[in-house]
Design a protein. Structure first.
Length: 199
């Protein structure tokens, strides 16, 4: 999933028996209300901004690969805050990691939608990190726009040709190569493509 120099570094890491090292991320959350087991799981970027110090724990991840990516995160690394499961999914802003992985408390809380009875405090299965709001992107970068670049880059060999968001869409925490992150960030300076009218 690496391209350019990042690809070479990742390949070298794999050949050496270690996994690729990522420094940029994309993290999905739901900005619209959805009730799960009696609890509203809504948490958009505006909700993060409203938190004390604009900081919150990123809990509720219950996929092993996504959890492992959380465990790979380092303080100071940046991630795109992605609005998912909503009318218009896409990238709304940027956050940074301010606390590295530690046990997700919701796995032990019976009333929480993410309670996991098979997890124990002695051997917790699930982790979370703390993130802090950095800024909104200068404009909203929609999934539809990213898909357009992905399709074009699959032909041209551009930076988004293997972007995890577009190849493993259900994964809620995803790594980005530096080239992918920089390209997506450059889109905020450009006008969004005009929508194709529907008949």
């Amino acid at each position: 999933m690496e391209v350019g120099k990042s690809s070479q570094a990742a390949a070298s890491a794999r050949q050496g028996g270690s996994k690729p090292i990522y420094t940029h991320w994309l993290m999905k959350s739901e900005p619209e209300s959805r009730i799960e087991k009696g609890v509203d799981v809504k948490f958009g970027i505006e909700d993060l901004k409203a938190q004390p110090h604009q900081t919150a724990c990123w809990d509720g991840v219950r996929n092993y690969q996504a959890r492992n990516f959380l465990r790979d995160m380092k303080v100071g690394q940046e991630a795109f805050f992605y609005h998912s499961n909503c009318k218009e999914p896409g990238i709304a802003g940027i956050v940074k990691i301010v606390k590295e992985a530690y046990p997700d408390h919701t796995q032990f809380e019976k009333k929480d939608p993410h309670y996991d009875p098979s997890s124990t405090k002695e051997n917790p299965k699930w982790s979370m990190v703390d993130v802090q709001f950095v800024r909104m992107t200068k404009r909203f970068i929609s999934l539809a726009e990213l898909k357009g670049h992905h399709q074009a880059h699959k032909i041209s060999g551009g930076p988004l040709k293997e972007m995890v968001l577009l190849t493993r869409q259900r994964l809620s925490v995803q790594p980005l190569t530096e080239e992918e992150f920089d390209f997506v960030l450059s889109l905020e300076e450009k006008k969004p493509p005009e929508a194709i009218p529907t008949l």
